[in-house]
Design a protein around this ligand. Structure first.
Ligand SMILES: [Zn+2]
Length: 242
């Protein structure tokens, strides 16, 4: 994790964003664990903000790689940082790399989402959440056979905006209007009153999710391109809103 963190920080510094660390101690079933969210801000001038997030930790398991679960969101955010680099901004755009998404033992409300719960609370207290027009979280988006879940717990207006963008780009097949509720890093922000959305592929869960088979050969550049195009256009539409 320390090596990965240093590498992410180095990659982000090259994009010229304002890089911040959000280090904290998580109380887990295995005792206190040092965790660290990484936040990269591309400043705008409206006083409003948009956040795109994902987790960079991965499941602590024997022989586990986590190419899709942890790897895809990390790679996606790094590529997005390079894409946003040097573009004029209306709103602040935050890219958030969450630590501690995975449960230390078994998934429960208190053993999961450590990083997002910490930041949602911190940003409520310091006023950042009040500036957020939207938070879009990505998770497990690299699978070559992906379909994004129409996540029921997400903010309806934001979900409609993103799904309409996907339709307009010709990606209707990847964004079906069916799904279910998924607990993920967007939820602490929903609870904090932020318009938040989760973009997650559930198809992959059946086959290689949380197994040693979650490896690079399951991923496809095309999937990243599709999600990237949808997220970048969604940011543009959100910035056009007052
Ligand atoms: Zn996972």
């Amino acid at each position: 994790m320390a090596k990965q963190r240093a590498w992410i920080q180095q990659s982000l510094k090259a994009t010229g964003c304002e890089l911040k660390s959000d280090a904290f101690t998580a109380q887990t079933p295995d005792g206190p664990v040092a965790m660290e969210n990484l936040i990269c801000r591309f400043p705008g001038k409206s006083g409003k903000a948009i956040a795109i997030s994902g987790h960079y930790d991965t499941k602590k398991m024997d022989k586990f790689v986590g190419a899709n679960d942890g790897g895809s969101s990390t790679g996606f955010l790094l590529a997005l940082a390079a894409t946003l680099q040097g573009r004029p901004r209306t709103d602040d755009v935050y890219l958030i790399f969450f630590d501690g998404e995975e449960a230390v033992r078994e998934w429960t409300d208190s053993d999961s989402l450590y990083g997002s719960r910490h930041l949602a609370d911190k940003w409520t207290r310091d006023g950042t959440n009040a500036k957020l027009k939207a938070l879009i979280n990505v998770d497990m988006i690299g699978d070559r056979n992906f379909k994004i879940v129409w996540e029921e717990g997400s903010a309806a207006s934001l979900r409609n905006l993103v799904w309409n963008v996907a339709d307009s780009l010709g990606y209707k097949a990847y964004f079906p209007r069916q799904g279910g509720a998924v607990a993920d890093d967007h939820m602490p922000f929903i609870m904090a009153g932020v318009k938040a959305l989760d973009l997650i592929d559930f198809e992959s869960q059946s086959s290689f999710w949380h197994t040693p088979q979650d490896t690079m050969d399951k991923l496809s550049v095309k999937s990243f391109d599709i999600i990237g195009a949808v997220v970048v256009k969604s940011i543009e539409q959100l910035e056009a809103q007052k």
